[in-house]
Design a binder for this molecule. Structure first.
Ligand code: FAD
Ligand code: NAD
Length: 521
């Protein structure tokens, strides 16, 4: 079943031809070619009849959908409504109907192991089986665990969190040269920056952040793979595909052995931090005490820090590990801001103030180009969705509290179509302390929606701009809406007394909690 026309796809010699030899094909009606099918899937038509909802399907429910005009089939735990596809199926309707209302995984494995049915049928996805009906013979067992990604029934029940998102799962398949690990997050609109993958010494560690939970696939692979791999996030279906390249073209009997916390799904706050060593690529002065550091991720890491989140940097100082949080920024305010699309950037930039009597920053500053610093997975509770409908965005930053504002500002200017105004009030001690002052001024000239005001707490006598600490008069003059009922959002970050006082004043000025995000530890 689910064969594809041999004329155009798969290409001659492609792996996808391996299993389709010797199978008869039925003549397709005009307008029912693969290209016609692709056009239909891209038309935006509701092909499941569920208006985009993804549901959990029980065996009883699956069985009910066994007619040509209402035909659901389960393949590797996912259920598809294949009725719209019937006339496009080169193997014919009768072949598809053999699996109507049932689990077609074994049938599929016999005939179509290599076909990328997931992308062909992604718009037909109805949902996921509540429990996978069958486990195929070829699957590999390790103790009681089934390393095809599905847990035995009893474990599924026990492992499900009482509240929060549904328990994700994973599966894998292979071609002659590649192994693809698929994570089914069971969440629509999963972002490309929600998955972090590290490949080290033939151990695969893939972490998917799903709402405030974290799903981990952690496996010692059964065979060697190449260092480079690709990650694809199919956002609307909530599926993550990690494509590893085999070192040798041999068939794998199983994916590998489970490692610590493999196949766990726990609240993010309970998941420990995972670090990888990154190389220092450059270090440049930005002010008299603040530098821009650039580190390079290892080639075997896939990581993108979401807007408004931070990472932890770790250094070993005379045997002790020191860890501090830092907020990545883009390389400059004036460069184009790229949506977190894949493949992710290989470089992470930081603006870091060096405190001569500090614990961590002097050590960081002593690193030479080519030295290593450990970088954790991202953390933080800022959500870009907060910026979606905003018309007036106000940013209040003090000192290096400017760092989270960089990507928030760039994201809003690039992607928030409703945005009319972004204003930054930037508090510093002196003019010399202002980070990226000329870039901010250039950006204000370049983009009419953006304005910046500097406020100094210890200015020189030549300063004729605003002075003082955060105060009600300063804020009430600054926080003027562009229209009376504008949708507003305020971000604030700086030394804790600054942030606390700012939030108190914002409440005084009648901003609601929903309209404020305070960046804190
Ligand atoms: P510390 O040892 O923490 O000392 C800092 C200063 O405080 C020194 O002058 C020290 O003398 C003084 N000090 C220390 N202890 C005391 C005390 N008990 N009483 C009085 N003074 C004291 N910083 C950045 O530069 N860039 C960033 O992008 C960034 N992002 C951050 C993100 C988050 C979420 C958070 C919470 C902080 C962030 N920081 C950032 C701050 C950063 O984490 C460190 O706190 C900072 O770099 C100082 O670290 P340190 O160990 O060098 O200094
Ligand atoms: P700084 O000492 O240079 O002070 C900058 C300005 O903050 C001052 O000019 C003043 O206007 C204001 N300020 C300082 N102390 C204040 C107080 N007690 N009350 C009111 N206003 C005050 O700042 P810095 O050395 O650059 O420190 C930046 C701070 O921002 C650090 O505490 C750092 O941890 C924090 N930070 C937090 C995040 C985050 O995401 N949570 C990110 C970056 C930086």
């Amino acid at each position: 079943m689910l064969n594809v026309p041999s004329q155009a796809f798969p290409a001659p010699g492609s792996q996808q031809r391996v299993a389709s030899q010797g199978r008869s094909k039925v003549p397709l009606k005009q307008g029912r070619s693969l290209m016609d099918w692709i056009r239909l899937t891209k038309s935006g038509k509701d092909l499941t009849g569920l208006k985009g909802a993804i549901i959990e399907v029980t065996e009883e429910e699956l069985k009910k959908h066994n007619k040509k005009d209402d035909c659901w089939i389960c393949i590797r735990g996912l259920v598809y409504n294949v009725s719209p596809y019937m006339e496009y199926h080169p193997g014919g309707e009768d072949e598809l109907m053999r699996a109507a209302g049932a689990d077609g995984t074994d049938l599929f494995n016999e005939v179509h192991r290599w076909v990328n049915y997931e992308s062909m049928l992604k718009e037909c996805l109805v949902g996921r089986m509540a429990v996978k009906p069958t486990v195929s013979k070829a699957d590999c067992h390790e103790g009681k665990r089934v390393l095809n990604g599905m847990l035995p029934k009893s474990q599924v029940k026990d492992a499900l969190p009482r509240e929060g998102p549904s328990f994700p799962s994973y599966d894998w398949f292979q071609t002659e040269s590649s192994v693809t690990v698929v994570i089914y997050t069971k969440q629509k609109n999963i972002c490309s920056d929600s998955v972090i993958v590290d490949l080290q010494d033939d151990s695969l560690r893939a972490e998917a952040v799903i709402k405030d939970h974290c799903y981990l696939v952690h496996i010692r692979l059964s065979h060697e793979v190449q260092g480079k791999f690709s990650v694809q996030v199919i956002e609307n279906v909530g599926k993550i595909e990690i494509v590893l390249q085999k070192r040798e073209n041999v068939s794998w009997k199983c994916l590998g052995l489970p490692l610590e916390k493999h196949d766990s799904f726990i609240p993010k706050k309970d998941a420990g931090l995972y670090y990888r060593k990154c190389q220092l690529i450059s270090k440049e002065d930005v002010t008299h005490d603040t530098r821009r550091f650039c580190v390079m991720l290892p080639p075997s890491t896939h990581l993108q820090v979401p807007v408004g989140q931070h990472v932890y940097l770790k250094l070993s100082v005379t045997g002790a590990e020191i860890v501090k949080p830092y907020t990545p920024v883009s390389d400059s305010l004036l460069s184009d801001f790229k949506e977190p699309v894949l493949p992710p950037n290989k470089y992470i930039y930081f603006l870091i103030k060096i405190y001569p009597d500090g614990l961590f920053t002097p050590e960081l500053d002593r690193l030479q180009i080519g030295d290593f610093v450990s970088v954790s997975n991202p953390e933080g509770n800022f959500k870009v969705s907060k910026l979606q409908e905003v018309e007036d965005l106000f940013l209040l930053a003090a000192g290096t509290g400017f760092t989270p504002m960089v990507n928030v500002l760039k994201y809003a200017l690039t992607y928030t179509s409703s945005l009319r105004k972004v204003k930054l009030m930037f508090f510093n001690k002196t003019e010399d302390d202002i980070i990226w002052r000329s870039q901010l001024e250039k950006l204000a000239l370049k983009d009419k929606r953006f304005d910046v005001e500097f406020v100094l707490s210890a200015p020189s006598s030549e300063w004729n701009g605003k002075q003082g600490h955060v105060s009600r008069p300063l804020l009430s003059a600054f926080l003027q809406r562009s229209l009376e009922n504008s949708r507003v959002f305020v971000c604030i970050c700086g030394p804790p007394p600054f942030t606390d006082e700012g939030i108190r004043l914002l409440h005084d000025l009648s901003f609601s909690d929903d309209e404020i995000h305070g960046f804190t530890a």
